[in-house]
Design a protein around this ligand. Structure first.
Ligand code: ADP
Ligand code: MG
Length: 310
């Protein structure tokens, strides 16, 4: 096949906690190894919702109880989650490949995603992160420059922006690994969000959507295929209703029409369809696939999943 692909792994590929992650990583490694064995050049991107939540919560409670523990910025929490998830994934994949007699090296790249400081998302942070706080605590945090929002009567939570990715700092390194026949795990959790300030990259208080970050990386490394692996085999219209219809092919125009008609839930299927559209329309011969984690190989062979092409 020889295709260059970026795989974006969803929450089900990693589980919700430490033990689930170790088990899930093995399953996930099988799906990825199938694509490597099929001759694809592979970059693996992944989400980090539960993991970054866990890291943020642990550090926040340490900061609440221990005066000497400083407040840890969101960008650093994302960096930590990349290391922790990458460690599990690269070892699971290494072991799976070795068991198949394949000694392709696998490494995790701590990846930074450039966002625009003028992105409108910064003016309207909406993504809740970490622990719940009292009104008093929330006021203190606002005074320290954080955005806090009341969350459904349960207390105050920090909210961060979810800006669009504009560039991937480590793209040359990722390309060099692919050119050397190696596998890269990159843009974990959408990448560490950074803003350019001259030569300096300043960590942004934000989280980048992993599907958009994977699409951005796929564009920049001239991939042929963006493969979004999630918990459904295909994209549907009228999802969850009696007249639900699963789609095998989706053109950009159709997708745009279905978006306007509200078929894709914001925060779950909508960013996937938008990321797929963005990549598929970024160059000739490029297409995107949305399918179930366990169906990755069949999806790539064209027998299942939803393919989005221009
Ligand atoms: P991930 O962790 O892989 O990013 P999400 O939960 O964010 O997964 O998004 C995938 C989910 O989107 C599916 O499991 C499904 O429940 C939901 N979904 C919402 N709208 C649709 C749709 N139109 N077609 C298919 N799935 C949809
Ligand atoms: Mg998601």
């Amino acid at each position: 096949m020889g295709k260059r692909i970026v795989i974006a792994l969803g929450g089900n590929a990693l589980g919700d906690n430490l033990y689930e992650q170790m088990a899930a990583a093995k399953q996930t490694a099988r799906a990825i190894a199938d694509l490597v064995e099929a001759g694809c050049e592979v970059v693996v991107a992944h989400g980090n919702g539960p993991q970054v939540g866990m890291i943020n919560l642990a550090l926040e409670s340490a900061a609440k109880t221990e005066a000497k523990t400083p407040f840890i910025p969101m960008s650093m929490c994302v960096a930590m989650s990349q290391g922790y998830i990458g460690y599990d994934l690269q070892n699971a994949l290494r072991e799976e490949l070795l068991s198949r007699g394949n000694s392709t090296p696998v490494a995790t790249i701590i990846t930074q995603t450039v966002v625009d400081k003028d992105d409108p998302a910064f003016a309207n942070p909406t993504k809740p992160i970490g622990a719940f706080y009292s009104q008093e605590e929330a006021q203190e945090m606002v005074a320290r420059g954080m955005d806090m929002m009341e969350d459904a009567g349960r207390g105050y939570r920090r909210v961060v922006a979810s800006p669009r990715p504009v560039d991937i700092i480590e793209k040359q390194t990722i390309k060099a690994l692919l050119a050397a026949g190696q596998i890269a795990i990159a843009v974990g959790g959408g990448g560490i969000p950074v803003m350019r300030e001259g030569l300096h990259l300043r960590g942004a208080s934000a989280v980048v959507d992993k599907d958009f970050a994977a699409a951005c990386l796929a564009e920049q490394i001239q991939a042929d295929f963006l493969v979004i692996l999630t918990a459904v085999e295909k994209v549907a219209i009228n999802f969850g209703r009696a007249d639900e219809e699963w789609l095998s092919e989706l053109s950009i125009d159709q997708a745009q029409r279905y978006i306007v008609e509200g078929h894709f839930a914001p925060g779950s299927m909508l960013p996937k369809v938008q990321a797929a559209m963005q990549f598929a329309s970024s160059g000739a011969g490029r297409s995107a696939l949305i399918t179930l984690l366990g169906k990755a190989k069949e999806g790539i062979e064209g027998t299942t999943g939803t393919t989005i092409r221009a």
